[in-house]
Design a protein around this ligand. Sequence first.
Ligand code: C2E
Ligand code: MG
Ligand code: MG
Length: 695
Amino acid sequence: MFNLSRYFSTVSFILIVMAAGVLGPLYRVLSIQQMTELAEHRNVAMAQVFESFLGSPLASLMSASLGRDAAFLKNSVESEQLRGSVAALMRNTSVVKVKIYSRIGVTVFSSDSAQLGEDKLKNPGFRSAMSGKVLSELTHRNTINTFEGERSDIDVLSSYVPIVNKDGSIEGVFELYQDVSPFVSQLERSLWWVTACVFAVFMALYLLQFLVVRRAQGILEEQEGRIKAARDTLEIQVDARTEELRRANTQLKAEISERRQAESKLNYLAYHDPLTGLANRRCFIERLEESLRESGRHAQQLAVLFIDLDQFKQVNDSLGHGVGDELLVAVAARLSEHVRLIDMLARLGGDEFICLMEAVRSEDEVAVLAREIIAAFELPFGLGEHELFLSASIGISLFPGDAQGMVDLMRNADTAMYRAKAIGRGQYHFYTPEMTRDAKERIRMETLLRRALDNGELSVHLQPQVDTRSERLVGAEALLRWNSPELGQVMPSRFIPLAEESGIIIPLGNWVLRETCRQVMQWRRSGFDLPQVSVNLSVKQLERPEFIETLGNILDETGMDAHCLKLELTESVVMGVGDAHGLLQRLRDFGISLALDDFGTGYSSLSYLKMLPVQQLKIDQSFVTGIGRNSDDEAIIRTVMELATSLNFEVVAEGVETVEQAEFLAKLGCQQLQGYLHGKAVAPDEFRARWALPL
Ligand code: C2E
Ligand code: MG
Ligand code: MG
């Protein structure tokens, strides 16, 4: 830190010395000047005294000396007279020597006679006096000749004073030597005192200020200490804060990059299917909208192809979702690799894929693409130990022909895909406007069907099943009927597939089951005992985890004897259910009989069938219709009969309309017949009226 005391001490000391050094001499100069002035006045006064007292001897000497030499002046009478007068005047005064110069600068009188006759014409004092001005000079003389003899170590003030005549002219010059030694020594003493006092005052001042400064320095040092401590604390705080900020900054950076990553991941996820990595629905929609705008602007066609895998559900159900997912990934990869003409491929969800073809020139071009997609499924998909054969159904809709907007275009492709599926597996179909009409009709029917159950528009009809030989009633099949106020009588072939698709089949099927059991039990209580009743069961019902419980409840509620109940399942239903064997066994555990409906239309493996707890096969009516007309149908019936006999299945033939058909079947050993020959499905009252034995 800047040392204030030291700085102050040094500067003050220098200033004091300088002040003392300047003030002392200044005082001396001023004092000498004053003293000189006083002494000069005294000399002038003395000169006037001399002049008035020495008037005539002086005038005579002046005139006598003109043109004379020094010897004359020493020995002249005038000179002697003057000497005596001057000595008398000088006595008891401080004037120690007097010299008189004539107008021409000759020393005409001097206390020291050796100086007589000296030329002083060029002397500045003389010249000044001759011009009327007094000039004085203070000098220190080691020795000087005075009237009273030689004196040593003396301070004298010599003044040149003009001798003025009465007419104002200057006659000559006096030089008076005044002894000022007492004044000078007095002056020297006071000078010493003054210097000492000044020095002492300055020193006192210095000390006082030094104390103040030192105190100030102390305060400053104290303040500095505090400031330093505060600064240190501040520095520590600043360091800590800096570190904190650095850490926060690092954290912030990490967070920002994490967020960016998350954002880009989110962005990726927002537009991609996480399983297959293909574009997702949103991505496809945005691209399609863009393509539609472009195609509209350039008057181009584009096609949307809706792809649905045909047997994916079975794979998922039988091999698990893991394999299902692997399969979807493999399908996505194969489609991406092998199909050349696709402009964009996306997965909409589940087993639905969609693709876009831009700048379409003709329908044929789209058909080529569709065939290419279908061909991509020709080779099996190898997933670990499994080798799976799969096919896809494709629905196609075109812009601008089939629809103008994105939503309609996609919906039409979806509708066309359903039609393709309806034709058979591995097919493609272009959209037609009738499909929309059908679809609308289906939607209307679906709405009406939902209402039908609550409105009591549904009823259960019963169709007799008779023993082939005795023709006695052995059972009946419960068949659902819908009498709609809007649509009239609607046959199950129209509304059952719709109910299955929409899921309405579940409440509907359960209602049929309950209603049938209730009816049979009511008959039994009133004396009409139907030996057995068959109820059709949809795969959707069977798939519900709570189905067994519901079934148990229905049996409990209605009091139905499970042994009198038969459930009909189609071949494909049984094949499509995951754990078919386990499920059917649980039904069997109730005591319920099981029949395979529409037998022969599916492609069931016989060895698999044998393992199922099924008791009855129902030969499909399409084969029965062929009896007597189609040898192939007859051959199939024979084979089924042989198989059933050897595997110990009971056989029912459905759709038996003629005696010929009945006889053919009887010959082959078919146990039961069902068909218009013995009766159509009719309302319960009518059924009872026809089949109840008269009491
Ligand atoms: P299905 O189970 O094979 O029923 C036999 C069908 O053949 C019935 O048609 C019946 O009326 C008809 N049929 C019977 N004998 C003859 C005949 O001699 N000649 C002709 N041409 N037809 C005959 P329906 O009632 O129209 O039922 C059609 C299908 O609807 C049934 O086929 C069944 O799969 C389904 N279904 C009917 N009711 C229900 C139900 O309550 N639940 C379920 N899940 N499906 C039902
Ligand atoms: Mg049936
Ligand atoms: Mg059938």
